[in-house]
Design a protein around this ligand. Structure first.
Ligand code: BV8
Length: 233
């Protein structure tokens, strides 16, 4: 019988910042010089598939050179003493590469592509590119396996179910500006301790059991992990 306390973690671009991956906001709403809606929306895809595919090919190349930082590693190490579910808005695979074994990607995955006629046809890309003319087994153009603005977030239901049964909730490196991801905290019990780690604390609705760590993920995660081990072990 697993009597480990369950930690649910919501992460955003900030947890990968110290791995050299630009955050969504720091890019000033421009990604690699593009308007977000040009490269991260379905309309943008319809307007210019090549531009969108190139944008994600560039980000995949950049993500390949990035390494997990102490924030990712600290979260993965929590699995020694706790049941840990990572809910990330990030499309990189740094949580997995740090050793986290239970990662829910709300906004998709950079290293996967999918069919444009059958969303169940999802393919690993590894270190490759996706280009015009790359087709799924049903002959349709492949697209990035990413949730664009204006698209449904199918994994939100799974993430919310995890949050409902959390004993501890940690938020690392997100401006809590994008919904429904930012609403995950509302599924967590009011009496459950909530730790927020961010050097520029996001505006968050005041509630009980909120503990703020105004610092980088690499140091904040270690501090919170030490506190949790003191309290729960
Ligand atoms: C949907 C994939 C409905 C792309 C992304 C008006 C009001 C409210 C909501 C909306 C609105 N208009 C439209 C909406 C909905 C919209 C939305 O929320 N828009 C926002 C911008 C207002 N949401 C959607 O469209 C979602 N879908 O609602 O569908 C629907 C319903 C029925 C039928 C059809 C549709 C889909 C949203 C998903 C979009 N895709 N990503 C890609 O990555 O290529 S979201 C995008 O923002 C990023 O990927 C990122 O994941 C996400 C959130 O950003 P953060 O991760 O928080 O990053 P950010 O830069 O903002 O913050 C970084 C934080 O880190 C900062 O706080 C910083 O201080 C901190 N930090 C910096 N350094 C460090 C650090 N922390 C720790 N350590 C450090 N070293």
């Amino acid at each position: 019988m697993n009597n480990k306390k369950k930690i649910v973690v919501l992460t955003g671009a900030g947890v990968s910042a110290e791995s050299g991956i630009k955050t969504f906001r720091d890019a000033g709403g421009l990604w690699e010089g593009h308007d977000v809606m040009e490269v991260a929306s379905f309309d943008g895809w319809l307007r210019n598939k090549e531009l969108v595919l190139d944008f994600y090919n560039q980000r995949r190349k950049q993500a390949l050179t990035a390494k997990p930082n102490q924030g990712h590693i600290g979260l993965a190490t929590l699995e020694k003493d706790f049941e840990v579910v990572i809910v990330t808005q990030n499309v990189d695979n740094l949580h997995e590469r740090a050793g986290s074994s239970n990662v829910i990607h709300l906004h998709g995955e950079l290293f996967k592509s999918r069919s444009t006629v059958d969303e169940n046809l999802v393919y690993e890309i590894d270190d490759g590119e996706v280009n015009i003319g790359d087709h799924c087994e049903k002959g349709s153009q492949l697209r990035p396996h990413i949730v664009w603005f204006g698209e449904m977030v199918p994994m939100m239901v799974v993430a919310a179910r995890e949050a409902v049964s959390a004993d501890i909730f940690i938020v690392v490196g997100t401006s809590l500006a994008v919904y429904p991801a930012a609403g995950l905290i509302d599924y967590v019990g009011s009496e459950i301790p909530k730790f927020i780690i961010d050097p520029n604390m996001p505006s968050i609705y005041p509630r009980s059991e909120l503990f703020l760590f105004e610092e980088n993920g690499s140091t904040g995660v270690k501090k919170v992990a030490d506190i949790l081990r003191k309290i729960y072990l």
